[in-house]
Design a binder for this molecule. Structure first.
Ligand code: AMP
Length: 284
């Protein structure tokens, strides 16, 4: 695996691969890699034969007071994992490489970002879309893979690619979970042993909504009640939101008449967890 830190070297390496007829797959990450990230590499591999991963903790998507400074960083460990999965190129730029002091133009997320993560973390999705747009322009991949774990983010990236005519194809890969059901996340490293059980209330609540949906319930307030009951019975957590939304709009009508998702975010101690399950959308 080659490791490059400059935009110019990344472009040159990808151009060389493309010249030799390879199809480029891209997996952007913020590092502290786990099996969730690695599953995205496998999905990328299925449709391409030159895999580029990026590791960049993007300051633009963290608000003041969030965990940018303490976000876990382990580039050597990440590189070892990427090598073990046969990644061809790792792009690991410094902040100054991505954002030289004179940067002035950013991408602004639209209506899809109005609620949920977008409301609780103002400016977060503008930061995400800006860095992803830059990475797409640098890597120019044929296929780019994102995780369903960050569902609102994945939908926003799809809409950016559609609305701004990026050439890359977006694939969204299923959420990888630990055996106990907790969605893998770099932030799970912050969880103390005693916080794990309360954290599991989130996937349990989402599953309960899924069960209610499978049973035929379409009234959104009633679907949400099935999950709220579980969260409200769990001491030691704070609920940011738990909701049922339409998958394509992230809006919350009275009834779910098309493909949807149960989405949730809670805090356990100093750790913020988000998760979701899809409702009635096999072809997502
Ligand atoms: P991050 O490093 O948190 O920015 O995540 C990089 C990519 O990995 C994003 O597309 C995430 O949605 C995806 N991802 C994170 N956790 C998981 C997981 N447990 N399963 C699948 N994909 C994930």
């Amino acid at each position: 695996m080659r490791i490059v830190e400059s935009i110019a070297d990344c472009r040159a390496a990808v151009a060389e691969a493309r010249l030799s007829g390879r199809r480029i797959g891209f997996v952007p990450t913020m590092g502290a890699l786990h099996e969730g990230h690695l599953s995205l590499l496998n999905v990328a591999r299925a449709g391409s034969d030159y895999i580029v991963a990026s590791v960049f903790v993007n300051p633009l998507q963290f608000a003041p007071g969030e965990d940018f400074e303490r976000y876990p960083r382990d580039l050597a460990g990440d590189a070892r994992l990427l090598v073990s999965r046969g990644t061809e190129l790792l792009f690991a730029p410094a902040t100054a490489e991505m954002y030289p002091g004179d940067a002035d133009v950013t991408v602004k997320a639209g209506r899809l970002a109005a609620d949920w993560e977008g409301r609780i973390r103002p400016g977060h999705f503008d930061g995400v879309l800006t860095v992803v747009a830059k990475l797409f322009n640098i890597v120019q991949s044929d296929v780019s893979v994102f995780g369903q774990k960050d569902l609102q983010q994945a939908q926003l990236i799809r809409s950016m690619v559609r609305d701004l005519d990026f050439a890359t194809k977006i694939v969204v890969a299923p959420t990888v979970r630990d055996d106990d059901g907790l969605a893998l996340s770099s932030r799970n490293r912050y969880l103390r042993e005693s916080e794990r059980v309360p954290a599991l209330a989130l996937p349990r609540a989402l599953r309960a909504i899924g069960v209610s949906f499978e049973g035929g319930e379409r009234d959104i307030a009633l679907l949400e009640q099935a999950g709220h009951g579980i969260l409200l019975q769990t001491p030691g957590i704070r609920i940011d939101y738990l909701a049922v939304v339409e998958l394509d709009t992230f809006r919350r009508p009275a009834r779910l008449e098309r493909a949807g998702a149960a989405i949730g975010a809670i805090r356990v101690g100093n750790t913020r967890l988000i998760d979701n399950v899809l409702l009635g959308n096999a072809d997502f």
